[in-house]
Design a protein around this ligand. Structure first.
Ligand SMILES: Nc1nc2c(c(=O)[nH]1)N[C@H]1C(S)=C(S)[C@@H](COP(=O)(O)OP(=O)(O)OC[C@H]3O[C@@H](n4cnc5c(N)ncnc54)[C@H](O)[C@@H]3O)O[C@H]1N2
Ligand code: MOO
Ligand SMILES: [Mg+2]
Length: 420
């Protein structure tokens, strides 16, 4: 007799997972290793930026009041007393009637309260003495970047859980954070299951297909910020499969299997979980694709039995594995972003389960539109590369019409957003 599984709504499945998730351990790494990692500490500005009043232009640092009444007919003449490059400090204050030639990024000399650009003065020599002529008044404060204008000491710049990209790395470098505390990346073991599978470098034979799910999962794992460890293809043999899963559970933080999770004769994942005495959180979700997605815990390890059908496997990872990884990495927003978009075509086939339709979001005239891509069947690989979103069709929805507003889940991967 085939086991009849108790199905639960997607929200309930996510709730069961999220009530058990934990953040991971932390480690200290160098800034050079920071890209893609998640901060485990708040980053605070350790000083004002800029750290001194500085010039944003190449010009002359002056006292604004010296330019009062300056006109082409009555230019004001200022004596240039020194030249200041970025990285150096003036040797003397600017006093009335004097100017310091100053380069972009150099500190404003004491006594100066404005900078006039090189292009806006006439430079002459009186004997050996450089002199400038100013032909229009300059306001106090002009062309001066004040200390702390960019960032004030003590401000929290980045919060724990923030994933680091180029901008965050620039901030860390600005404040001298050569080392930072980050969350350790969970290591996720991946098994492909099924005697029909051959690997990417093997020739096809009758009845065989290439294993596309585990390379896809490895990419999804990396994209989420975790580390994949591929354990290969398991042929449909219970004892071998059980032993391999037991071995992996000792070595990694979570295990993902793809395939063998339904009710077929060679679908061994349910029996493996049984023998492991795993706590199965659910093994049937009211969703298409991915209705057989199974999530369990084995001691303190997570086990994800994702469907063998490529798109079901893909969606199962994004909905159920990704938020666990993101929470482990300290994120306070572990789920993919949701948005509303206008549907561009009619969408048929009402279903008693929620549907996650692979789709493409485009942005035109400040309006998000969504179009289903390719064939909707769960075994279809072709639409995965086209999709940058999942269109969410709630259960038992009547036919959706072009122009209706629908919910979409934005995927965090190529072709990205807006995917016009
Ligand atoms: N009697 C029932 N049959 C099925 C049910 C059901 O409720 N009752 N559910 C169907 C649904 S829905 C899905 S989804 C699949 C899930 O099957 P499994 O997760 O057990 O996966 P497999 O049987 O191993 O394979 C399904 C399909 O996917 C191909 N596959 C498997 N692994 C890979 C891989 N690594 N790369 C590419 N393609 C893969 C496999 O060859 C099959 O075609 O069960 C339905 N059946
Ligand atoms: O639930 Mo299955 O994953 O739709 O094809
Ligand atoms: Mg099966």
């Amino acid at each position: 007799m085939v086991e009849i599984r108790q199905s639960i709504p997607v929200d309930e499945a996510i709730r069961r997972i999220m009530e058990r998730v934990k953040t991971g351990a932390t480690e200290r790494i160098s800034l050079a290793e920071a890209q893609g990692r998640s901060l485990a500490e708040d980053i605070v500005a350790s000083h004002d930026v800029p750290f001194f009043d500085r010039s944003p232009v190449d010009g002359f640092a002056i006292k604004a009041q010296d330019t009062k009444g300056a006109e082409p007919d009555t230019p004001r003449r200022l004596v240039v007393v020194e030249t200041l490059g970025a990285g150096y400090v003036a040797t003397q204050p600017v006093v009335g009637g004097k100017a310091v030639r100053i380069m972009t990024g150099a500190p404003i000399p004491e006594g100066a309260d404005a900078v006039i650009m090189l292009e806006h003065v006439t430079e002459t020599l009186e004997g050996d003495q450089p002199v400038i002529e100013v032909t229009s008044p300059v306001a106090a404060g002009e062309n001066i970047i004040r200390r702390g204008e960019d960032m004030k000491e003590g401000t929290v710049l980045l919060e724990a859980g923030r994933q680091m990209a180029a901008g965050e790395i620039a901030l860390l470098a600005t404040f001298g954070y050569g080392e930072i505390n980050v969350f350790q990346q969970p290591v996720i073991g991946v098994f492909a299951t099924g005697s029909e599978l051959v690997s990417v470098d093997e020739p096809l034979a009758p009845g065989k297909i290439r294993n596309s799910n585990s390379p896809m999962l490895e990419a999804q794992i990396r994209q989420a910020g975790a580390i994949p460890r591929y354990y290969g293809i398991l042929v449909d043999d219970f004892d071998q499969s059980y032993a391999a899963v037991v071995g992996a559970l000792k070595e990694v933080d979570y295990v993902i299997t793809t395939g063998g999770v339904s009710v077929g004769d060679f679908d061994y994942v349910p029996a493996i979980l049984d023998k492991l005495q795993a706590e199965v959180l659910f093994n049937k979700v009211e969703m298409r694709p991915g209705s057989v997605t199974t999530v369990a815990t084995v001691g303190d390890k997570w086990f994800f039995g994702l469907s063998g059908n490529p798109s079901a496997c893909f969606v199962g990872f994004e909905l159920f594995v990704r938020p666990i990884v993101k929470t482990y990495l300290g994120s306070s927003t572990p789920h993919l972003r949701k948005a509303a978009a206008l549907l561009t075509t009619d969408l048929g086939r009402p279903n008693e389960f929620a549907r996650f339709v692979r789709a493409r979001l485009t942005l035109e005239d400040a309006t998000l539109s969504v179009t289903p891509v390719g064939l909707e069947k769960s075994g279809i690989v072709s639409s995965l590369a086209e999709a940058n979103a999942l269109l969410v069709v709630p259960p038992r929805t009547e036919k959706l019409r072009a122009g209706e507003k629908v919910d979409v889940i934005c995927l965090d991967m190529n072709p990205g957003l807006p995917g016009a």
